[in-house]
Design a protein around this ligand. Structure first.
Ligand code: BTN
Length: 255
């Protein structure tokens, strides 16, 4: 990894680069319990041997080909009940970063609720946010981000893609990392702008206002995503009802 020069104020100023680690999120958790890492500290790994995804899934990536990093953020200004705003800004920042690097300007780069990033319906990035809480407020958040950059082959079941697959050419990982840190900082500094964040999130939300097929509580249903609520639940219009959906309750049926 070359030296990274980003134009940020604080994100990535303390950058810990690891050749190999089980999980950058776990490493960040250790740091937080043993020391007082600076706001915006970034842990970046060339290789993760036990990367973690959402819902207890594994996040497996090829060594040296992708971004696997965790950012430690002071989130003590965010109320626990408003914590979904953090998912939104990170998803927007990652999405916008990827948009900048996909050469085909007509490709659709979207946010699949709650925070998967897709290029033309295929997953290119995942986000795992883990918070510590103090009273009614968050304290710190570990924002784990995995972006598929130069990896060519993925397990078929994953329906995954990478920048290399999309662009048919390799990209310097550092250039994406620099942009990613800048975008995250810029959105983190906008965290008070709730309406703007909501509208940006909705603008890129996958399948918004489209009649689509889902698997919901073991039933195949045709329904329409109409947004998310303040608790981060997905709002789905189904016949005469508006369903509020939690993580794991729904599967998108992508043909
Ligand atoms: C998901 O889509 O399931 C979330 C994937 C998050 C993966 C990243 S890679 C860096 C960080 N460290 C981890 O162990 N996981 C996150």
């Amino acid at each position: 990894m070359n030296i990274i020069v980003s134009k940020t104020l604080f994100i990535g100023k303390n950058l810990i680069f690891l050749k190999s680690v089980p999980s950058t999120n776990d490493y960040a958790k250790q740091l937080l319990s043993n020391s007082k890492p600076k706001n915006g500290s970034v842990i970046l790994a060339e290789n993760q041997t036990a990367g973690r995804g959402q819902h207890g899934n594994a996040w497996n990536t090829e060594k040296g080909k992708n971004i696997t990093c965790s950012i430690i953020l002071d989130t003590s200004a965010i109320e626990v009940k408003q914590q979904f705003i953090l998912n939104k800004i990170i998803a927007i920042a990652v999405r916008n970063t990827i948009r900048d690097f996909v050469l085909d300007t007509s490709a659709r780069v979207s946010i699949k609720w709650s925070n998967d990033i897709l290029v033309n319906q295929k997953k290119i990035a995942g986000i795992l946010i883990e918070n510590t809480v103090q009273g009614n407020y968050l304290q710190n958040s570990i924002v784990g981000i995995g972006i598929n950059i130069n990896q060519l082959y993925f397990d078929k079941n994953l329906n995954a893609t990478s920048l290399y697959i999309e662009n048919k050419s390799e990209i310097l990982i550092e250039s994406i990392l620099i942009k990613l840190l800048e975008n995250i900082e810029s959105w983190y500094l906008k965290i008070q702008l709730e309406q703007y964040i909501n509208s940006e999130y909705l603008k890129h939300l996958f399948w918004l206002n489209e009649s689509r097929t889902f698997l919901y509580k073991d039933n195949v249903i045709v329904a329409k995503i109409i947004g998310t609520n303040e608790f981060g639940q997905l709002l789905l219009e189904h016949e005469a009802d508006i369903l509020s959906i939690n993580q794991k309750e729904i599967q998108y049926i992508i043909q």
